[in-house]
Design a binder for this molecule. Structure first.
Ligand SMILES: Cc1cc2nc3c(=O)[nH]c(=O)nc-3n(C[C@H](O)[C@H](O)[C@H](O)COP(=O)(O)OP(=O)(O)OC[C@H]3O[C@@H](n4cnc5c(N)ncnc54)[C@H](O)[C@@H]3O)c2cc1C
Length: 450
């Protein structure tokens, strides 16, 4: 881009505009997954909706590729483009809790940790993910599985309104009463229809929780997985569990079960007793704790700057054959930083929503499998990616076609499309209406047909 166009952008937006070579440019284009090394022609760090509107119009005037950066945690690196304009929302951190209505209006540059901190000041919370640096925007627009999903639904099930800047630079409000088609689409359709500048969520009362993790020797994975499966069939909506292979900081490979009980902590302690007394765990880190403590529990395992590659699909049936196949890979990742394999249990409120009630279709599956591989040096990339793909190939017969889109590495259109399941055709109609020229395509893309 020539300097006069950049100057024009600088005079139109209030936030910082960064070009290659300028101080802050490299930091702004760097995201947690170090495999992604892209160089936008220009980055605009927006301060509010007016900046977002200006950026969308600028990108259209100059026919620029657009990437939208919320919290930057898309493993596929969808928040950064090569060339083009990166619209960076990370400075948009306004948030206002309304304790009497139990709602919150939050700008989309917030991270989960920042959001939780504000709502917990009022003894309130809503479902978000389990790593506090993740952005609320990408997570919510694509789903939002977390510690409260079984009691209160996914993050997107708690959205009651969204402010959206569409591809033509218009500002629309989407809710059950206004632009209801768009409201349906943004809850699961990711950033396909425009840039969401703020989200309004329903909140719920939440005090201390009972949770943490129990760690078993990796060699016991098959037994623990079977126990996990049977235990998961009996648990109430207040309890969310997941399990998987990881390596402790002292280099010991373990199979862990993590949990959060969001009802009364003493009840949680009782319900979790069988899990904690099963077999001989090598460590038990479950206790009553604040929700904020629990939400930061996984943070040390996900420092920025590692290479990350993920394969993930819902499991058709966690039968004994699947359990055996999974257990084979426990403790075998070439990297000590991987969470692979890992199984999330999906149940309760999130699975009682109809498949077509929101754009997010994955309501009928009970277990979500991921091989979340992390490693440090680019020289180890081939080995780790190959290992991840091999695991996935072996497990394939036990998996359904569709994946949770928020966990996808960049695997092309077929996978992106499968992530929308039976809602895809209706999403195409919306895409034709709100973004017919596919300005917003750095996402699990819904292709316009007009
Ligand atoms: C360490 C880690 C932990 C995770 N844990 C969980 C978890 O517990 N539960 C869970 O459900 N998911 C989890 N995820 C997946 C997470 O939901 C996705 O990576 C999500 O995309 C992150 O959102 P973001 O805003 O940080 O990402 P970004 O990379 O900024 O954005 C992701 C996508 O959303 C688009 N987008 C972002 N903001 C906006 C906006 N305001 N308007 C329109 N489009 C926008 C981007 O263009 C991009 O396509 C995790 C990911 C990581 C890396």
């Amino acid at each position: 881009m020539d300097s006069s166009s950049i100057e024009k952008l600088r005079t139109t937006v209030r936030g910082v505009v960064l070009c290659p070579g300028e101080h802050g440019y490299d930091a702004a284009r760097t995201i947690p997954n170090a495999m992604i090394d892209r160089r936008p022609a220009v980055i605009a760090r927006c301060t509010g909706t007016a900046d977002v509107i200006a950026c969308v119009r600028f990108a259209r005037d100059y026919d620029l590729v657009v990437a939208v950066h919320g919290g930057g945690h898309s493993v596929a690196g969808k928040s950064v483009c090569d060339g083009g304009l990166m619209i960076d929302l990370s400075a948009m951190k306004g948030i206002r809790v309304d304790p009497s209505r139990r709602t919150v209006r939050a700008e989309t540059g917030l991270t989960l940790g920042e959001f939780d901190r504000e709502t917990q000041a009022f003894g309130l919370a809503t479902t978000l993910g389990v790593v506090s640096k993740t952005g609320i925007a990408g997570l919510t627009l694509g789903g939002g599985w977390g510690h409260l999903h079984a009691k209160y639904g996914l993050a997107l099930d708690n959205v009651i309104g969204a402010d959206v800047v569409t591809a033509d630079g218009r500002y629309l409000t989407a809710s059950a009463n206004e632009n209801a088609d768009l409201f349906w689409g943004v809850r699961g359709g990711g950033g396909n229809f425009g840039i969401v500048t703020s989200l309004e969520y329903r909140l719920h009362e939440l005090g201390p929780v009972f949770g943490g993790a129990v760690f078993y020797p990796a060699a016991k994975a098959e037994e623990v997985l079977r126990f996990f499966r049977e235990f998961s069939r009996t648990i109430p909506d207040e309890l969310v569990i997941q399990c998987g292979s990881l390596t402790l900081p002292d280099n010991m490979p373990v199979f862990a079960v993590a949990a959060c009980y969001c009802g009364h902590p003493s009840e949680g302690e009782k319900i979790l007793k069988p899990l904690r007394s099963f077999g001989s765990p090598v460590a038990d880190a479950m206790a009553e704790m604040s929700y904020l403590q629990l939400q930061g529990m996984f943070d040390p395992f996900f420092p920025p700057g590692r290479q990350t590659y993920v394969k993930s699909n819902f499991i058709r049936d966690l039968n004994d054959d699947a359990v055996r196949a999974l257990a084979e890979f426990v403790g075998k990742s070439p990297s000590p930083y991987s969470f692979a394999p890992f199984v999330e249990h999906w149940h309760g409120a999130a699975t009682r929503v109809g498949i077509t009630d929101t754009a997010f279709p994955h309501r009928q599956h009970t277990y979500n499998l991921m091989f979340w591989s992390n490693w440090e040096s680019p020289s180890e990339s081939e080995k780790n990616i190959q290992w991840t793909r091999t695991c996935w190939k072996v497990l394939r017969p036990f998996l359904v076609e569709g994946s949770y889109g928020n966990y996808l590495s960049d695997e092309g259109d077929t996978f992106a499309r499968a992530a929308y399941g039976p809602n895809y055709d209706r999403l195409v109609v919306l895409k034709n209406k709100y973004d017919p020229t596919n300005v917003f395509h750095m996402n699990n893309n819904i292709k316009p047909t007009k």
